[in-house]
Ligand binder design. Structure first.
Ligand code: HSE
Length: 307
């Protein structure tokens, strides 16, 4: 059994418009790297975090919190050292805490000889999510560990489904550099939803899932309507309405908030439209002097993996 491993853990987009806390997908080639090695003293130690200033305290960092949950469940006293190379800053909406949570449990599971399946690892990775957002949501860690597009059909009991992805579906993301903490973005949501609103929302979730199965791009687009979360959270995101309106005018199938924001994502049918929208997004933020990073990707078929 190896003593050391290097892994890549993808960034993810949760909610996907109408599917608050249940829908999510992995990005392709965008994410973080982690090196994990065994140590003899039974401790979990973060040696280095490259890229951003994040807690190295193993009781706080999502990678080690999630790894600890796995080790406790497995009854293992094995220690591990972690070096984490982040490429996206925290509070982006691109699932950076989940990348570490899922990366931590995946690496430790590999080095222990794979006692758990990827689906079983979701429960441990959710503990990392709970450490940062107070809620053990799975919509980022599920696609991170399983790859592709996933639906959390139920939390209790946990039941996660993998959904098909149409071949020409492209994602464009803009990440304006303002931090939105998931805890805050969750706190501002209303706790009650009226029936008329709920009917609209679950109609759209069903439509989106059907669109993915049928490769019906128009149905995917018209189902990306969120009448519950987006109207509240969008006020935290500079230029949200402008970017959304222009994206649709430029041919995007739909546009919504990535995870809890501030990143905004669109779906497009084909690379050319996705590319054009990427340039438009960059220009919009450049014009008002807000630093923003843009990304373009297909949906990542593979989740966290050894590199
Ligand atoms: N579903 C979570 C939320 C994702 O929207 O709060 C956080 O990235």
């Amino acid at each position: 059994m190896a003593d050391k491993i290097k892994i890549f853990s993808p960034a993810t987009v949760a909610n996907v418009g109408c599917g608050y806390d249940v829908l999510g997908f992995a990005l392709n080639g965008i994410g973080e790297e982690m090196e994990v090695s065994k140590r003899d003293d039974g401790k979990l130690v973060i040696d280095e975090i490259i890229g951003f200033d994040l807690p190295k305290d193993a009781a706080v960092n999502t990678a080690t919190v999630a790894a600890r949950a796995l080790l406790d469940a497995a009854g293992s006293k094995q220690g591990f050292s972690f070096t984490i190379k982040k490429t996206i800053n925290p509070g982006s909406g691109m699932g950076t805490s989940a990348s570490s949570s899922a990366g931590g449990v995946f690496a430790v599971n590999e080095l222990l000889g794979r006692p758990y399946t990827p689906a079983q690892l979701v429960v441990f990775a959710m503990e990392g999510e709970k450490a940062v957002s107070k809620k053990a949501h799975a919509d980022n860690v599920a696609p991170n560990l399983l790859g592709g597009f996933t639906l959390v059909r139920s939390y209790e009991p946990l039941d996660i489904l993998s959904l098909p992805v149409p071949e020409d579906l492209f994602v464009t993301i803009v990440h304006p550099q303002v931090e939105v903490k998931t805890t805050d973005a969750k706190k501002i949501l209303k706790k009650q939803v009226d029936l008329t609103t709920a009917v609209q929302q679950w109609g759209n979730v069903g439509g989106l899932v059907s669109g993915l199965y049928e490769s019906d791009y128009d149905l995917i687009g018209r189902s990306m309507v969120d009448v519950i979360v987006e109207p509240i959270r969008k006020i935290l995101i500079p230029l949200y309405d402008e970017v959304k309106t222009q994206s649709i005018a430029d041919g995007a199938l739909g546009c919504s908030i990535a995870g809890s924001g501030p990143s905004i994502f669109t779906f497009s049918n084909g690379e050319e439209t996705a590319h054009q929208i990427k340039s438009m997004m960059q220009t919009k933020y450049d014009e008002v002097g807000i630093l923003a990073y843009t990304y373009m990707s297909k949906i990542g078929k593979e989740g966290v993996r050894v590199i």
